[in-house]
Ligand binder design. Sequence first.
Ligand code: ARG
Ligand code: ZN
Length: 882
Amino acid sequence: MNKKTIYLKDYLPPAWLIPETELRVTLAPEDTQVEAILHCKRNPHSKEPNAAIVLNGERLQLERLALNGRDLAAREYGYAEGLLSIPVQADECTIASTVRINPAANLELDGLYRSAGNYCTQCEAEGFRKITFFPDRPDVMSVFTTTVIGEKTACPVLLANGNLREQGELAGGLHFATWHDPFPKPCYLFALVAGNLVALEDSFTTKSGRRVALAIYVEPRNAGKCGHAMAALKTAMRWDEERFGREYDLDNFKILAVDDFNMGAMENKGLNVFNSKYVLALPETATDTDFDSIGGVIAHEYFHNWTGNRVTCRDWFQLSLKEGLTVFRDQEFSSDIASRPVKRIRDVNLIRSIQFREDAGPMAHPVRPASFVEINNFYTATVYDKGAELIRMMHTLLGEAGFRRGMDLYFERHDGQAVTCDDFVAALADANHHDFTQFKRWYSQAGTPELFVTSRYDAAGGRLLLRLRQSCPATPDMAEKKPFVIPLALGLLARDGRELSFSHAGRKNPAFLTITQKEQDFVLDEVAEEPVLSLLRNFSAPVKLHFDQSDEELSLRLGYDRDPWGRWDAGQHLALKALMQGIEQFRQGHQNITLPDTLKHGMAALLDDERADAAFRAVSLVLPTENWIGQQMAPLDPEAVFWVRQRLRALLGQELRPAFLRHYEALGKAAHRPYVYTTAEAGRRALRNMCLDYLLCCAPEAPADADMLALGERQYREADNMTDGLAALSAVVNADRERGDALLQDFLAKWQTDPLVMDKWLSLQAACPLPGTLARVRALLRHPVFDLKNPNKVRALVASFCALNQRQFHARDGAGYEFLKAMVAKIDRFNPQIATRMAAPFTQWRRYDADRQQGMRAQLEELLQAEDISDDLKELLEKSLW
Ligand code: ARG
Ligand code: ZN
């Protein structure tokens, strides 16, 4: 199409409103008819008093257009660049249109499409315009009544948003169902589903005593795999009542699971559509991690019913209004039902590995972007996860009770409206008489702030002097940044590990200091001895902290910090120091990197620390991610990062072998049989599998230990669940090609008919750092279980290779780059959203050495020169090359 950049500052309220919409959709795979009646009213707040009605529409074959019941001739309206414009004199009117669309040809999976022969829709952000002519913007909210018509045999189930009003038979083997959604909503929340589906049904009684019918729809072959998702849904519904006072509002809540889906899931009002990966789970086919993320995504989409649907976004620049807030809510849910520290550690890992990198690259944008070309490119870690960190900081600044007051006021003020991030912050501020004016810079300034801290202890005065300085690197959109408000949570440790008390500005042991200036000093009083500082506790702000601590101080915190996140962070820091030293040596040609004693003893103590739960020990034993290590280097040398990290892991595995073996055996004996998914059991499995991973880890180029391989093979054979089976398979595959291949064959034979399990099979092979992986990946493109049209398969193979396997993707010969370019070019022809996501590794090209820069840059340029690339991809390429 050649979209233009659009700017937040150009926002205008809609000239016309559509209070009511009636749809009648007659389904046929290649020729679906959509009849729409829009009841239109001029917007009294519009700034354009005589404006024509402008409707979005793309890929629609227009058959009939009528104004107030009278058919319009072609000269009575205009159509250009996806906009249909109808001049109207009156202040109210009715527009009727009939269009035809082709769901079977829809491979971009946006709008109405087919998955496994069933029909479903994806309308966020701008998919509804591919279904019918409509003002496709979130500030136009309408009450929808939808009649779905389909063949009785092919489509026994016909669904849309809201409550069922009527259903019945029609001539010619057809039947219909009419659904009415009483809540006005933007069209991006519209959904329609039809096909041969079976449902798991249940019910939920809300706190005020209303009974809600719950149903999860799947293809018949997946019946019986929805129990966990249903249980999670009910837990989430209760939690939102208890923690936020939010009750569900329709008579039913329906979920559909499909195999073909661009993203994780979609919160369409009362009819969520999910990637089957986030619904289907049995112990034999899904890992603990899958069970976990299903709970998180089910909750996320459910929570959108209030944060997103009842109160929605005014425009797409405000995407984080609903996404940042809803991620915060799902994080809190997961923290309340399982381990809060482990959840926090996982989320911080994501922020540091993915979001910080995005924030430092060419696609950097503020949480509330000021401009974009293709909105689909802004469903990012920044909008979602940094957005959630912003909410979390406000929660820290206000406290739980104050935050809740602010949320209550937000819903009270804005229920039924389409609002902005400013409106949200204003509600929090007004409910608490708190001034967030400076804080709001977090919404408009991109880039990761850096916080430099030095400290000095004044023994005579019992005082600790803290000197803080903040800065934020320039981003493509903005050179100079003004200081941020940074809540810095902190604690002090005595040299024996006790928590030391202190006071600040007359307050005893404040949980955090609030930094507001570029340079700022703080004095902590009543500090009895020279302390070890624990800073940024619980990752109280999404910043990069620069604070020098010795190995001894880090070891002390790793052992004793009262903040579990702080323990983990100290361990990461300790490991990072060892890794950076090793990388320095490696780059000077030394290969006999050794394991520092402090790191070894710290890890050993953590492994043995029975006071800490198993899940926490498991995550804390993982060395910093390659992504995070890479961000500490310029230029980034992915081979050095991989090599040294792997070498240190192997050394830990060897030198702590007796301890790892001891825990491995003990944790195995403690297993609950048969498998149950509980927080405790999942933690136990995680720690045991972490031990196995270390035991099988061998230094790069070194052969695996035969006994340890046998241990892995035994676990693979004996496992009664996917968590243990896959962990063993992965450990063996990464350690030894031949033995790995034998297990992969066995796994394939067992699971080839289960697409979600095959995703794991593909992903594991693509992520294998051993030589020869690219050839394997290329061969797998032709394997019968692979399907280029299916986003999960593409992610499993292409993203696992290009984003997770940095060693092989960045191989010196440039073959990895060539591979990614070819895949992106191919996929862009039918699914721009997925193609553009796959291209993300290229955006980082400037971080590498000259050869690799040149290699990636050439691919970017070649992609850009190709004819007819999508707007999505073009935006990414142009911003990357700029
Ligand atoms: N609103 C959905 C969620 O976060 C994601 C939809 C993304 N869609 C897209 N086309 N990018 O729950
Ligand atoms: Zn969301």
